[in-house]
Design a protein around this ligand. Structure first.
Ligand code: SF4
Length: 150
């Protein structure tokens, strides 16, 4: 039977999931500490469907929703691993590929100590750019809605 992670990976057309073996191999969880990961509406919906309340895992930042930290790490990290791994946000799936606003294209996050072991594939770059544009679009839509209600 195929796991949920595989199904979501197929749906997103990503090969990034399997590359997370790099993290496991090095037992590296640095990206889950003091996380700044932004959340799409789909991420929020998916995580809430697991039974988590918004206030538990979301903080607002510059009009975005992002993962909350507790004790210096993402609320979903138990000190050993991600407790929602098959349902983690899209940004976590793509990491260490991130969209650099200054360069206006996707790059490997220099904060990842093992970034050299991840290929910066065309597909990952494209998905990262799409994620960025969607985040910007969702924030603009939310702002318009809030302005219209004032
Ligand atoms: S959701 Fe999981 S992978 Fe993403 S930052 Fe939190 S613990 Fe890490």
């Amino acid at each position: 039977m195929r796991g949920a992670a595989t199904v979501i990976s197929d749906y997103l057309g990503l090969e990034v999931l399997s590359l997370k073996n790099v993290c496991r191999h090095h037992r590296c969880v640095s990206c889950c500490y003091e996380t700044e990961m932004l959340l799409l509406k789909d991420d929020v919906r998916r995580i809430m469907s697991l039974g988590f309340k918004e206030g538990f895992f979301i903080v607002e930042s510059r009009g975005f929703k992002k993962l909350r930290n507790s004790n210096g790490r993402c609320v979903f990290h138990d000190g050993w691993q991600c407790t929602i791994y098959p349902n983690r946000p899209l940004g976590c799936r793509l990491y260490p590929v991130i969209f650099d606003e200054n360069l206006n294209h996707s790059v490997m996050d220099r904060l990842c100590p093992f970034r050299a072991e991840f290929p910066l594939s065309f597909k990952a770059r494209r998905e990262s750019s799409k994620l960025y544009l969607k985040l910007i679009d969702e924030r603009a839509t939310k702002k318009r809605l809030e302005d219209s209600q004032q």
